[in-house]
Design a protein around this ligand. Structure first.
Ligand SMILES: Nc1nc2c(c(=O)[nH]1)N[C@H]1C(S)=C(S)[C@@H](COP(=O)(O)O)O[C@H]1N2
Ligand SMILES: [Mo]
Length: 447
């Protein structure tokens, strides 16, 4: 049986362009029943674009707020979706929750999963129908109807608008996003690749969720979810369901494998057991199930930045001006873009020192250089305050001549003032590594 398609572009190449070219967008696919390899994912396997339908339904919720959906599901053809709803665009980073996983192995037991570097991320112009518009058209009451534009800076309905019944009603609900892709065990419905997001996320005007059929103004390709995929800005890639065939409003979150048993942060209790001990215990199915049951599925991604150049162990030859070019990307949080990046340089303490140790013992008088922002969202976040795109940055770092091997450290903060955490907690699956970015053992040959 062939493996699903999983690819990561070269980190150094990734930040050459603000908008990630389609051929540099990573591929992440879970195993599925049919077809085994995503190279074989032609639309004919799960239905052609011509016969594709999106079913919208609501169940188990107060039907006063679901309009026409209360009686029967609404079925939209792809063609209807494209004709009846304006083509909307959002520039948003798609980031796998496992981005930067391999970096954790430097200071911890190796997390389970594909050992991704820092390039399972892409900044793309997504195009499609607004998810909010589709739900409103289906008769779903607007939880944000009583919001002033000022109040929309909060991602949840305000207290004030909670006095409106629709906002109160929507607060506890979920929108399920179901794929036509069957998971490995293909009998139960819950084994379908699926996710759910809070209904208020799906319906927030500034969250810009899309039912996408284009990327970078080209038709979406089958490997990236054609004919239709969910775009859920600010949320882990696992919720951006590909080959999307149904939406369901429900009073409970999705129980699908990517929600129930996959994308969760499994961490040992501090002081009670070591990471290695925990990783060993988690090989036992019952223990793992108990641990999983205690955790909520991962949804939002937090602020983070990563150095894409130079690479670890790089030898910088052209040092005529005594400066090293450092560049990378930075992502914001909850719709507030990363607007500040700082970079510092220290003598590398050598291979015996773990990166977490290096970060914990940084000198107090470390000199941080403010990086220049190369590109940020053209949608002018200063107007709306909102952006789901990454920021590219660079800086020319002065390299002290007495240092032969050094480490470069980068950190960021968002327009809203959220700081990237210095060290993210280790977790069994290595999800959501948001630690300051560190490139180790960079050397300058001294002549
Ligand atoms: N149906 C389906 N949707 C899916 C997945 C999948 O395996 N099957 N993988 C998810 C994960 S974990 C990520 S990170 C993104 C990757 O999207 P891409 O392959 O277009 O980069 O799709 C998400 N949607
Ligand atoms: Mo992912």
């Amino acid at each position: 049986m062939s493996q699903p398609l999983n690819t990561e572009p070269l980190s150094g190449k990734l930040t050459d362009a603000y908008i990630t070219p389609n051929q540099l967008v990573f591929n992440r696919n879970h195993e599925s029943a049919l077809p085994a390899s995503v190279e074989q994912v032609t639309t004919s396997s799960w239905g052609s674009a011509e016969s594709w339908t999106l079913t919208v339904s609501a169940y188990g919720t107060d039907n006063r707020h679901t309009g026409s959906l209360s009686g029967s599901p609404r079925v939209l053809s792809l063609e209807q979706l494209q004709r009846q709803f304006a083509l909307s665009h959002v520039v948003a980073t798609l980031e796998c929750a496992g981005n930067r996983r391999s970096e954790l192995a430097d200071s911890h037991p190796e997390p389970e999963g594909i050992q991704w570097g820092n390039a399972v991320i892409a900044n793309v112009i997504w195009g499609g129908a607004s998810l909010r518009a589709v739900l409103l058209a289906a008769g779903v009451a607007d939880p944000f109807a009583h919001h002033t534009s000022e109040q929309q800076s909060a991602l949840e309905p305000s207290e004030q608008s909670s006095s409106s019944q629709a906002a109160e009603w929507a607060r506890s609900l979920h929108l399920h996003l179901l794929s036509a892709q069957k998971s490995k065990s293909n009998d139960a419905e819950q084994a379908q690749f699926a996710a759910s997001i809070p209904l208020t996320t799906a319906m927030h005007p500034n969250q810009s969720c899309l039912l996408a059929y284009e990327y970078n103004h080209h038709p979406l390709t089958p490997r990236h979810g054609a004919p239709l995929r969910a775009v859920v800005p600010g949320h882990v890639g696992a919720r951006w369901v590909k080959w999307l065939s149904a939406l369901k409003i429900s009073s409970s979150p999705s129980d699908s494998p990517p929600m129930r048993e996959d994308y969760k942060l499994l961490t040992p209790r501090t002081g009670q057991e070591g990471e290695k001990e925990y990783a060993d215990k988690a090989q036992d199915g019952d223990f793992r199930t108990r641990e999983l049951d205690k955790k909520q599925p991962i949804q939002r991604l937090e602020a983070s930045c990563a150095i894409t150049q130079p690479a670890h162990d790089a030898e910088l030859l052209d040092q005529a001006d005594g400066k090293a070019a450092v560049k990378g990307y930075a992502v914001g949080q909850d719709g507030s873009p990363a607007t500040n990046v700082w970079v510092a340089l220290v003598a590398d303490p050598g291979k015996d020192t773990e990166t977490d140790g290096l970060l914990r013992n940084l000198p107090d008088d470390l000199h941080w250089h403010h990086a220049s922002i190369l590109h940020q969202d053209a949608a002018d976040p200063s107007q709306t305050g909102w952006s789901w795109a990454w920021t590219l940055w660079h800086v020319q770092m002065p390299v002290p001549s007495d240092v032969t091997s050094y480490a470069i450290i980068a950190r960021c903060s968002t327009a809203a003032g959220v700081e990237q955490p210095k060290i993210s907690p280790w977790n069994l699956r290595g999800f959501c590594n948001r630690s300051w970015s560190v490139v180790r053992h960079v050397s300058v040959p001294h002549t």
